[in-house]
Design a protein around this ligand. Structure first.
Ligand code: HEC
Length: 117
């Protein structure tokens, strides 16, 4: 009896895992659509606040003298993801080992949402 129950328990979790997996599996790296959706922007905002805001300023507002104002960063995903992963000039730290490409894409959605015209 115990054995049978645990078998069904395993089957149950396996079924749940199969239903959840497609939703949580990161999609292949690709240029995020401009602006992203609000949920992604919110995620990016949080990731930004945890990792970037102490240098780039809360909500990207900073004097622009030491770190660039990300609101004026061009609409160039390739340059963004390259800089963020590899860092720049020894001043901008590399994030390739810390953030996933999805997290970087979330931040990008947040950056795009605040871009100055
Ligand atoms: C330790 C401070 C620091 C942190 C933390 C930091 N940055 Fe930077 N970042 C810099 C500096 C300094 C530069 C300017 C580098 C240069 O141009 O020499 C920069 C530049 C950039 C640029 C412009 C690169 C370009 O190609 O012009 C982007 C985009 C950027 N950072 C994104 C981020 C993101 C996203 C995060 C969080 C994951 C982050 N930064 C965290 C200091 C930081």
């Amino acid at each position: 009896m115990t054995k049978r129950v645990s078998k069904w328990t395993v089957a149950y979790f396996a079924a749940v895992a199969m239903m959840i997996a497609p939703m949580t599996t990161p999609s292949a790296a690709q240029q995020p659509s401009a602006g992203g959706d609000q949920a992604q922007i919110d995620l990016g905002k949080r990731t930004y606040a945890q990792n970037c805001s102490h240098c780039h300023g809360p909500n990207m507002v900073n004097s622009g003298t030491i770190t660039p104002d990300l609101r004026t960063f061009p609409d160039d995903w390739t340059r963004f993801v390259t800089t963020v992963k590899q860092g720049k000039n020894g001043k901008m730290p590399p994030w390739g080992d810390i953030l996933s490409e999805e997290q970087i894409a979330d931040i990008w959605a947040f950056v795009a949402s605040r871009r100055k015209p």
